[in-house]
Design a protein around this ligand. Sequence first.
Ligand SMILES: Cc1cc2nc3c(=O)[nH]c(=O)nc-3n(C[C@H](O)[C@H](O)[C@H](O)COP(=O)(O)O)c2cc1C
Length: 362
Amino acid sequence: MLLLTEYRNPVRPLPNRIVMSPMTRLRSLPDGSPTSDVADYYAQRAAAGLIVTEGIWPHSTGQSEAWVPGLQTQRHVEAWRRVTEAVQANGGRIFAQLMHGGRKGHPLARVDGSWPAGPSAVLDDDHVHLINGGKGEPITPAELDRAGIDALVEQHAVAARNAIAAGFDGVEIHGANSYLVHQFLADNTNLRTDEFGGSIENRLRLPLAVVDAVAAEIGADRTGIRLSPGNPQFNMVELDPAPLYRTLVTELDRRGLAYLHLTDNDNYSALADLRPRWRGTLIANVGENRAPTTVEAAEDVLRAGLADLVSFGRSFIANPDLVHRIANELPLAAIRENLLYGRTADGYSDYPHWQPAEVPAR
Ligand SMILES: Cc1cc2nc3c(=O)[nH]c(=O)nc-3n(C[C@H](O)[C@H](O)[C@H](O)COP(=O)(O)O)c2cc1C
């Protein structure tokens, strides 16, 4: 099975091609520090070729929901160090996903109570989790000014430095699924008329500035990026994704990044179109906005040469030993959906490894 073969990359060789996809689980403390449950959860999944953490805010003004973790303070760094050490003690590798909410968020969901700001003042109709346990009403974000844009580029660099100090192998910039970077790329969330909006060149300016700032801080070989070209999920509108993402991927390709993590979709075959434009490591995700990724679908992608690695999301939630189950063709356990965002170990770090059925005594 291709998924189980080593990935012989000179910079970062991996024991298999199975990546744990980033998944927000809302298990951090109110200040954004991950708990010991978070360390347990990732350590249990360390057999993945690579783990990408849940989205983490680089700065409190980018916090999208309550209980999402951060990488801004010394306390965050120390708490994350316990997570990376637990993963590494089990032989794993782990990247931190830097997830800035941009327009997504709510003052009652944030440690600093700030009002969200994005490329344009366009209503986000998401109902995010609030600190009081409820869901927020949709709000219209402020439009970022030039100083705000400069600040958030710098905040990504600082968070990346913090990630390395916390022992992560690298960071993944979240450029997908409606978060800040995606908001600058998409048609409905970026209505700017300055040098950050309008033409393709302008819409790529902020995303590339973030990538360059992070790569300058921690090295391109420790900087990955996730993109979801043309995926209409989360009310994103990208009318003609091909020209924009071809230009973006060509630009990124020159930078020698650790990897590109690309989600495919039915509207635009991102993997087929962009793979020829990317010479580095490519992680495919084929489940976003679709049924959970299957082993068969992942194998097809690898066999077709569309990616080097495949990320699995939902299957990793209920199957800490996913790699073992895939290797031994064992059935997969089901997710307890009501506990996805439960804030305790229930439905999080308490999913068991495969238990061979007891052999009845003769
Ligand atoms: C509970 C949950 C939380 C998620 N949170 C994130 C996130 O923080 N960052 C991200 O890039 N994708 C996130 N995703 C998307 C997954 O990384 C993945 O792309 C998606 O689940 C499709 O893969 P799958 O079919 O293998 O589950 C999340 C998905 C789920 C189910």
